[in-house]
Design a protein. Structure first.
Length: 416
């Protein structure tokens, strides 16, 4: 049986989530420990800042053993984590994994990072040797579903953060960003997201300005960039085609005069400026300059709202795709169950055949007539193969179990 046990940003505060994170260094050992549990056949662990989930092929639906194991792994009491946990089995577990991979269960609807994190979880479990036929196949199926949703819907195409919206606007103005230079002012989460989106869109060069050079360098090192101090901005401003600013400064960092000087040095080559700070980092008067496209948070809010609505509509389409694909995977599971039963049936029949054959060969070796031996062999095989089914059907008839009798007629294609 497939089972998911976990917690996420909807069920647990960050104080609880961070206590249950599995570090990469100990994940291999934890996976092996997990599959040593008596009920667990296969296992994988997805652990991020927003969720920790255990995926298992397990002998029964009881989650008690898993909760005990999870608590011990983090030296916590079961009582301290149980209220934050959820579990899904079989159909719901398959559907949940697909929804997670598609970003439908994420804090930001449709975000793509979770799919990469799930692929990492799969690779880690594969390396630990804790994946088998069912869970391994489920991961591959989940990745295919996520790809289909990304291809067939607009779940990830619309901006749902001001950072993403700003980068999309920059693309509309400049087109290809490969030859553009971006100046990012600040080093908070918004600037980190902006740097990430710019990198994904192939920005040519990054300059990151901050009061703490070390923080600026950490962001700049993600792309082809370098860090500067805020006081050095005027010197580098003419190089920037795209300026994104988000600091906690109470006074503007860029004034009209410094931007005018930069525009002259750029020979009026356009500049795109996005002021995401409250209060403003860029003087409003800068927006009146020719060759400057200045946007603030309020300007981008409508874009973000439209993006969220677009993703919600795409999410509805994604849910329909997931439902169909879950049904397909369940069909595959049922086929595996049938294969197992057929294999057992053939093994039993082969064993019976071998016993009867050896008995017949022995009779031939003792000189008994071949015709007589063959007749006895055919009779023995018929009686032995049909003995257990016949006894079971007689018992079913005695108990009034007409369903089993009907099933036997269908199974063996018996005529009335």
């Amino acid at each position: 049986m497939l089972l998911t046990l976990g917690l996420n940003h909807n069920t647990a505060p960050i104080e609880i989530r961070e206590k249950l994170i599995f570090s990469p260094e100990r994940l291999n050992q934890s996976l092996r420990s997990l599959t040593n549990l008596s009920s667990v056949e296969e296992a994988a662990i997805l652990s991020t800042c927003n969720r920790t989930e255990i995926y298992c092929d397990i002998a029964d639906q009881q989650t008690g053993e898993l909760i005990t194991w999870l608590a011990k792994q983090h030296q916590l009491s079961e009582a301290s984590i149980t209220e934050y946990l959820y579990s899904h089995s079989d159909h719901q577990s398959i559907k949940h994994m697909s929804r997670v991979a598609c970003g439908l269960d994420s804090m930001i609807l449709g975000e793509p990072q979770i799919l990469g994190q799930m692929k990492t979880a799969y690779q880690q479990a594969n390396e630990a040797g804790t994946l088998g036929k069912y869970l391994g196949r489920l991961f591959q199926h989940t990745f295919q579903v996520a790809k289909k949703v990304r291809t067939d819907t607009a779940i990830g195409s619309s901006p749902v953060s001001v950072a993403f919206a700003g980068v999309k606007l920059a693309q509309q103005i400049f087109g290809d960003l490969n030859n553009q230079t971006a100046l990012l002012i600040g080093a908070g989460e918004t600037i980190e997201l902006s740097a990430q989106h710019l990198k994904e869109q192939g920005i040519g060069r990054l300059i990151v300005a901050n009061r703490t050079l070390e923080k600026a360098h950490a962001i700049a090192s993600q792309g082809n960039g370098y860090a500067i101090e805020i006081k050095d901005i005027p010197e580098h401003l003419p190089e920037a085609d795209i300026i994104i600013s988000s600091t906690a400064s109470q006074l503007p960092i860029l004034g009209k005069g410094s931007v005018e000087t930069a525009i002259l040095k750029r020979k009026h080559k356009p500049m795109f400026m996005m002021d995401l700070a409250v209060p403003h980092d860029i003087e409003k008067e800068v927006g009146s300059l020719s060759d400057v496209y200045l946007y603030c948070v309020d300007d981008l809010k409508n874009i973000v709202d439209d993006g969220l609505q677009s993703r919600r509509e795409a999410a509805e389409q994604a849910e329909d795709i997931i439902d169909i694909q879950v049904s397909h995977f369940q069909t595959w599971i049922r086929a595996q169950d049938a294969s197992k039963t057929i294999h057992q049936l053939r093994q039993q029949a082969d064993s019976t055949r071998e016993q009867s054959l050896q008995k017949a060969l022995s009779s031939l070796a003792n000189g008994q007539p071949a015709e007589q031996v063959l007749e006895r062999l055919a009779s023995d095989l018929t009686n032995k193969i049909l003995h257990e089914p016949s006894s079971t059907l007689k018992q079913a008839a005695a108990e009034g179990n007409s369903d089993l009798l009907t099933a036997a007629q269908q199974l063996f294609k018996l005529k009335d």
